[in-house]
Design a protein around this ligand. Structure first.
Ligand code: SF4
Ligand code: SF4
Length: 361
């Protein structure tokens, strides 16, 4: 059975404030059924506070509307992320006076407040759930959707799996990445493999071939130019990382009573890279709107479906970089099929990729 998602489109028909996205967001919240669910509850609003000179994270006007809505309906809330204070959220307008609620580190000021859930997926063993997420009654997963080098795309799942846990868990998930094996004995150090990589993903460090799997698209150019076969593939692929994200997301969501999580994806300023890069590049596609619902898989699927290759704004891709010609726009950019993440989320029982859309006018 399909899950219902709400869609507030960016497209407008008249020059009126009521036709703009913040006003449609207010109407979406009213239609969401959230008012009854959050009454009397402590609500964590998980978002990415960005860093550096990024300006594409969720604009404060939307956060303020959400906070006001929660308070008007008898909820108590805070905005949260990991590494809040070192990222200076105030530089992007995320302050208590602007938003109407505190902006807090989800693992506490020192990053040491968490609860460990044990899991077993390859090398992933510990999901250290952020203390403030664990202690909240209700979670609103408020995500800015964009591309992501490791995940293929960053949305609701990434906001939880990378943002509601400790560094130990993030490291265990990233350790699932891999794929290229370098044979020191075979290598003749011709370094043909380095310029063959047009993603700046590889280098020799202390004489050892090293790959940054965030940047690596598994295009295998380095492997193919090597004259002696010193680089080969191992059994890892990026799907392990996606599965690790899904396992982590499930462990975090399991700390909430059923029905006590809601997902809101903002599809504006959809850039190639994640907000954690501390910069904003031009949008890849025109702004789309807001997609929301209580099924994370349906919300993510509808978001990915709405980002279409044919809408590409060429300036969103770095000059000189060529798209691969295969699959979704994000796959063409990062070499990772974003739908794999959805298959992983579905396989751990977090929802369905089938959805029906209710448009908020
Ligand atoms: S291309 Fe092959 S032989 Fe040359 S440096 Fe790279 S790994 Fe070594
Ligand atoms: S597989 Fe492709 S992207 Fe990855 S390091 Fe080799 S050349 Fe670079």
């Amino acid at each position: 059975m399909p899950s219902k998602i709400l869609f507030a489109p960016m497209a407008f028909s008249r020059y009126e404030a009521t036709q703009t996205l913040p006003e449609k967001f207010s109407r979406l919240l009213k239609a969401s059924g959230l008012a009854e669910k959050i009454r009397g509850k402590k609500v964590a609003i998980k978002m990415h506070v960005g860093q550096g000179v990024s300006y594409s994270t969720i604009p404060p006007v939307f956060v303020r509307k959400l906070v006001s809505f929660i308070k008007e309906n008898g909820g108590d809330c805070f905005v949260t992320d990991h590494y809040v204070h070192p990222r200076h959220p105030e530089e992007r307008g995320y302050t208590e006076s602007n938003l109407g609620c505190p902006v807090l580190d989800d693992c506490g000021y020192f990053g040491k407040y968490f609860y460990t859930k044990e899991v077993s997926y390859k090398g992933l063993r510990h999901i250290d759930v952020a203390g403030l997420i664990h202690d909240a009654d209700f979670l609103i997963d408020f995500s800015h959707v964009k591309g992501h080098g490791s995940c293929g795309f960053g949305g609701a799942c990434k906001n939880i799996a990378m943002g509601c846990v400790t560094d130990r868990t993030r490291h265990e998930i990233h350790a699932l990445e891999g794929g290229l094996v370098w044979d020191k004995a075979k290598c003749i150090h011709c370094e043909k493999c380095i310029p063959a990589c047009n993603h700046y993903a590889n280098r020799f460090k202390d004489g050892k071939y090293t790959v940054n799997y965030h940047h690596c698209t598994m295009c295998q150019h380095c492997l193919k130019v090597c004259p002696v076969g010193a680089i080969t593939l191992d059994s890892h692929d990026y799907a392990d990382f996606q599965m690790g994200m899904a396992v982590c997301t499930k462990a975090v969501l399991d700390t909430f009573e059923p029905g006590n999580v809601y997902y809101i994806n903002l599809l504006t300023q959809i850039t190639a890279l994640c907000d954690c890069w501390g910069m904003t590049t031009p949008s890849l596609v025109p702004d789309i709107g807001i997609i929301a619902g209580d099924d994370i898989v349906a919300v993510e699927r509808a978001s990915i479906d709405a980002i279409k290759l044919e809408d590409l704004i060429p300036v969103g891709v770095p000059a000189g970089m060529e798209l691969s010609g295969h699959g979704h726009l994000f796959e063409q950019l990062h070499g990772k099929n974003p739908y794999v993440q959805l298959d992983a989320l579905e396989s751990v029982g977090l929802g369905t990729q089938e959805y029906e859309t209710v448009v908020i006018k």
